[in-house]
Ligand binder design. Structure first.
Ligand code: P6P
Length: 332
């Protein structure tokens, strides 16, 4: 069968939906091209001289890996000349990054975690890039942090790229979730699954069990019931997976079902949670919901949250709809 590359997919989606402006198509093409460059840098491993710490820290107070900084620079460089963006924001940058004066500005805002799970990079475990697209609010001339503070329901598009055994891009533009696999010989993303759907039930949960003593009661109840297996209240055995790369864990869940949890716990309560809302939880929640799943903090739908800070953190429970609904009901 004739392969469908990303550009043809976007053109056909534009004909079908009429929501993909030329600037949005350009944005998606340059971001995915940046992901190809990141994939090459990550794939070099120890041969690339890019493993280990950069010797710098980000606003989260986390040591930056060399590849965090390299990936961030690749995304900045890919997006500054196109005239499609008003500004960019990244986990690795304290404040929004303006488009350089010599280039025209456009109507979109791009947010990203350039290399999520980078603590895994030095041990050769899958990592990934997560991105989210918003419209620049009308009227505002210079883009400020406030322009980015829009609820997840305002996202125009969202996606991630997993740098694993294959380099796989998963994308939504509000009309389903679609998967593209990188053909390394051609250097092109090829459509490999249209309209991905998450099974509404699952037997697989994903959580960092070492935090058990810090969990709130509803989460402890839910996990205890899963661990109790078929002799317990759930009446079936569960399996557990925790890659500690959100992109890898969420991709597994979108592919075969499951529930991913980084819930509020007494360790992260004062920060509001572990994962970041604007460029981790929101894009993943948009994708998960578009694939028929659900995504809450345990107490509210993630996409409805009105952000108040660019780097704010939230609790995350997302994946197979019936499991997320059950965990959320325990919080009520
Ligand atoms: P922990 C990676 O650092 C990350 O932000 C997510 O990708 C991942 O799900 C989580 O943190 C892992 O956290 O506490 O298990 O190391």
């Amino acid at each position: 069968m004739k392969p469908i590359f990303l550009t043809q997919f976007l053109i056909e989606e534009q004909r079908a939906m009429g929501k993909i402006t030329p600037d949005l198509r350009l944005l998606l093409e340059v971001v995915t091209r940046a992901c190809k460059r990141i994939s090459i840098a990550v794939g070099k491993g120890a041969l690339g001289g890019v493993l280990g710490d950069a010797g710098t820290g980000n606003i989260q107070g986390e040591a930056q890996k060399k590849l965090d900084v390299i990936s961030n620079d690749i995304l900045l460089e890919a997006n500054e000349w196109g005239g499609h963006l008003a500004a960019l924001a990244s986990e690795e940058m304290d404040h929004p990054h303006p488009i350089p004066e010599q280039y025209p500005k456009g109507g979109y805002l791009l947010l990203f975690d350039p290399l999520d799970g980078s603590s895994n990079i030095d041990v050769n475990v899958s990592v990934g890039t997560i991105f989210s697209v918003l419209r620049k609010p009308e009227g505002s001339s210079e883009s400020t942090e406030a322009d980015f503070l829009q609820a997840g329901t305002q996202q125009v598009a969202a996606g991630y790229c997993v740098y694993g055994p294959s380099t796989t891009l998963v994308l939504t533009i509000g009309n389903g979730v679609h998967q593209f696999t990188l053909d390394r010989e051609l250097g092109s993303f090829v459509l490999t699954q249209r309209d991905m759907k998450i099974p509404v039930d699952t037997k697989e949960f994903s959580i960092n069990m070492s935090n058990e003593r810090f969990w709130e009661a509803p989460v402890k109840r839910y996990i205890d019931e899963c661990v109790a297996g078929k002799d317990g209240p759930r009446g079936k055995d569960f399996n557990m997976r925790w890659v500690a790369s959100m992109v890898a864990d969420v991709h597994r869940i979108i592919t075969r079902g499951g529930v991913f949890m980084y819930p509020l716990d007494s360790k992260t309560k004062d920060k509001g949670g572990k994962l970041r809302l604007m460029y981790e939880a929101n894009p993943m929640s948009f994708i998960i919901e578009q694939a028929g799943g659900a995504a809450t903090t345990g107490r509210e739908r993630i996409l409805d949250i009105a952000p108040n800070k660019l780097h704010q953190r939230v609790p995350v429970i997302m994946g197979s709809k019936n499991e997320v609904d059950l965990v959320t009901s325990y919080h009520a």
